[in-house]
Write a protein that binds this ligand. Structure first.
Ligand SMILES: [Zn+2]
Ligand SMILES: [Zn+2]
Length: 257
């Protein structure tokens, strides 16, 4: 499986992630924080299916620009998969004729379809482009899905944004195979109070993850670290877990086999 981790922008170091977007096998996007702004237009045109983890700005903000820049002769209407509450939030607070045009209304009035929305259910897999995508319930301040993607070569997980939860941990431990896991670690240990309020993880949570993992650990790539706290989080993870954990590098393609 090919996973392109998209850079957040010129102001963000490559190990930092202010906004989240991954492109899998050139066709599937996980989140759209920078899909419409940091991905070349020909690569955007190849993306037809977008899975949104949740409705927070850093995961959805470039969606209007992605839809606007799409070649009208592309021939495919992109599908946006998300939790029901995320779709409702996008329609109510984003595509509402105030922040951005109401795409559903334009579709009804002018018969121009910019996208279609599909609700996801917990652990109900969706197949597209020879990849099976399974949503996993996470524990964040709004309904949030992690995703497990499997194709003929590998199984890759995306777990962000979330606090540590035995629920998703048990789901991961039940998997017969997991080759690689992109796992969030947003704040350093001294900001545990903030991580608890915002329902994110700290290096101590990653230590717990490592303790609770049963069997051989997959490759773990830490993501979603606040850019301004990057060195602190990296040092704490290095001290606790050594080289068993790696920090994500944005702007890079990971080949997972
Ligand atoms: Zn969030
Ligand atoms: Zn986030």
């Amino acid at each position: 499986m090919h996973v392109d981790v998209i850079r957040s922008g010129d102001a963000v170091p490559k190990e930092g992630q202010l906004l989240s977007t991954y492109i899998v096998n050139e066709r599937i996007a996980i989140d759209a924080g920078v899909l419409g702004t940091m991905v070349p237009s020909d690569a955007q045109d190849r993306v037809s299916d977008i899975f949104l983890s949740h409705c927070h700005m850093d995961h959805v903000t470039s969606l209007p620009f992605f839809l606007e820049q799409r070649d009208p002769n592309n021939g495919t209407v992109p599908t946006i998969y998300a939790h029901e509450s995320c779709i409702d939030a996008l329609k109510k607070f984003f595509f509402n004729d105030l922040i951005w045009p109401d795409l559903v209304r334009i579709h009804q009035e002018e018969n121009i379809q910019f996208c279609q929305f599909e609700q996801l259910g917990v652990e109900s897999p969706v197949s597209c482009h020879d990849v099976q995508v399974t949503p996993v319930q996470l524990s964040h301040t709004v309904p949030t899905y992690g995703f497990l993607l499997s194709d003929s070569t590998s199984v890759v997980g995306f777990v962000s944004d979330t606090e540590y939860s035995t629920s998703w941990m048990e789901t991961l431990n039940r998997l017969p195979r997991l080759d690689c896991l992109f796992l969030e670690c947003t704040f350093p240990n001294r900001l545990k109070w903030l991580a608890e309020k915002a329902k994110h993880m700290t290096p101590q949570d990653i230590e717990r993850f490592a303790r609770d993992w049963q069997g051989a650990m997959p490759r773990v790539i830490i993501n979603h670290t606040k850019p301004s706290l990057l060195e602190e989080v990296r040092d704490e993870l290095q001290t606790a877990l050594g080289d068993t954990i790696e920090m994500v590098a944005t702007g890079r393609q990971y080949v997972i086999e």
